[in-house]
Design a protein around this ligand. Sequence first.
Ligand SMILES: [Zn+2]
Length: 86
Amino acid sequence: MEEKFVCPHCNQELTPWEPHPETCWGDTLWVCENDDCSYFTRGRERIAKEEKVNFAYRYCYNPQSKKAVPIVTWCGGELSFLKGRV
Ligand SMILES: [Zn+2]
C-alpha cells in the first residue's frame, strides 16, 4: 500500500507511525509531524496555559477507520516523533 495522506491543517504529508504494541491500537496511524502545524501549536498553547503541562495534540489519521484521532504527545516523552520539540 503506497498511500499518502496530507494534514488538512498544514498540508504536510503525514508520517506513518506504528503504535506501541501495548496500546490497543492495532492500526498504523498517520501523524502530522509538523511543529508549525496550526493544529499542534494552537492546542499546545491552550494546554500550556490551562493545564500548565507541556504536552500537545498532533493531528493523526487512521485510514482503517477513516477517522482523525488527536494524539497526545508529551513534550519530553518517549515517542519517537517528538524530535524537534522545544
Ligand atoms: Zn499538520
